[in-house]
Design a binder for this molecule. Structure first.
Ligand SMILES: Nc1ncnc2c1ncn2[C@@H]1O[C@H](COP(=O)(O)OP(=O)(O)OP(=O)(O)O)[C@@H](O)[C@H]1O
Ligand SMILES: [Mg+2]
Length: 364
């Protein structure tokens, strides 16, 4: 899968932009606040139907304009695909693939696969479980529509269950129904998470050893709020029954996949609480490069890799690891120029100079 062309109209600080991407590495270089991340964001948007940094459609539309458009041409298995995003200032958006309008985001997932890596991703290791669940959910959703649909259904039932618990007008029969529905969706979601974490472990082991020159072992564990032995559906249902009085008391649901976590161990120590800054950064690097390999394995081809400003944060050996690993992967890198990226890039690359919402030269 390769992106051949991106065109933006009234998107963030781009009035009109039309660029051809190279098949290998594409470097967007420019000073701060010129529009480098905006380009990565537009690609990300076409993959997931949402931005990695805002949930407001309006933020993406150039100030004082009424709508914005993103169009991405993809070459996939020698078949071309076009993704069109139309964003309106009242918050609506329409998405088309090959000019056919989609009715749900679920149908967009997997059309364009991307892995994004930015300094913000350090949060995956450092911060609360919600961020790690989001990592799992995004990665698995782009491989498996059924997972995304299960998640949507689960969250809907969970919101209804919590509303009922808070209402203080408890109807035990309705709670029974919610518990069954939650358990059904949760068993699929938890299975797929466990499966994904298995793949993270198998790819992550070698990648992490390579990055740390055999000094560190990485290991991932799924920590669940219900037993993962045997039948997951029954386990969660029993757990919800067992905790029902507590849930009624607290007005919230205390077991289920919305409470689970992905634990990351480096040399058998929890990286969240005990990892050094460098170890945490390396753990994220390993996770992102493992995600690339997992997509390759499941989909048969590499996704597009988006690297936002990460090179300046990494030491020489990690920079070299990245630039060596992206040889067969179409990559879009943003940088400010101080990274001297040309020194490390061995293969062919295209350089675009970004200035105030325009590409002033490059693309050759
Ligand atoms: N809706 C919008 N309309 C017009 N301009 C916008 C809009 N949203 C953001 N901008 C502008 O886009 C610029 C930021 O773009 P972006 O985040 O891509 O910068 P960058 O080149 O990645 O910078 P840095 O190196 O600091 O990360 C800012 O100048 C901001 O004011
Ligand atoms: Mg940026």
């Amino acid at each position: 899968m390769k992106i051949r062309n991106i065109s933006l109209i009234n998107y963030r600080n781009y009035n009109h932009l039309n660029i051809e991407l190279g098949k290998d590495v594409n470097v967007f270089q420019g000073e701060n606040a010129q529009g480098k991340t905006n380009i990565l964001e537009s690609i990300y948007y076409c993959a997931f139907g949402r931005s990695h940094r805002t949930s407001k459609v309006k933020d993406l539309i150039m100030w004082d304009k009424k709508n914005a458009q993103i169009r991405v041409y993809i070459e996939k298995d020698r078949l071309d695909k076009t993704i069109d995003m139309n964003l309106l200032s009242d918050g609506r958006k329409s998405i088309s693939v090959n000019k056919v309008k989609l009715t749900k985001i679920g149908d967009l997932l997997g059309v364009l696969n991307v892995v994004m890596f930015s300094p913000e991703d350090l949060k995956i290791v450092k911060e609360s479980p919600g961020i790690r669940r989001r990592f799992l959910d995004m990665e698995i959703s782009q491989l498996d529509k059924q997972y995304y649909n299960a998640l949507v259904n689960y969250n809907k039932v969970l919101a209804e269950r919590n509303a009922l618990l808070k209402s203080r007008r408890i109807d035990k029969n309705i709670l029974d129904i919610y518990d069954i529905k939650l358990s059904e969706q949760a068993s699929y979601i938890a299975r797929q998470r466990i499966n994904y974490i298995g793949m993270l472990n198998s790819y992550g082991k070698a990648i992490h050893q390579e990055i740390t020159t055999q000094k560190e072992e990485i290991r991932y564990v799924y920590k669940s709020s219900f037993s993962l032995e045997g039948n997951l559906k029954d386990n969660l249902k029993n757990e919800l029954t067992r905790k029902r009085e507590i849930d009624i008391d607290r007005g919230t649901t205390s077991a289920g996949i919305h409470r689970d976590d992905l634990l990351i161990f480096i040399n058998d120590v929890d990286a969240k609480d005990f990892g050094s800054q460098g170890q945490q950064r390396t753990a994220v690097l390993t996770m992102k490069f493992s995600s690339l390999e997992i997509i390759k394995k499941v989909k048969g081809e590499y996704p597009i890799l988006l690297l936002d400003d990460v090179l300046s944060e990494l030491d020489l050996s990690r920079k070299k690891f990245i630039l060596k690993s992206i040889e067969n992967i179409q990559t879009v890198i943003t940088c400010t120029g101080v990274e001297n990226i040309e020194e490390y890039l061995t293969g062919s690359y295209r350089l675009f100079n970004v200035q105030n919402g325009s590409i002033v030269d490059g693309g050759d």
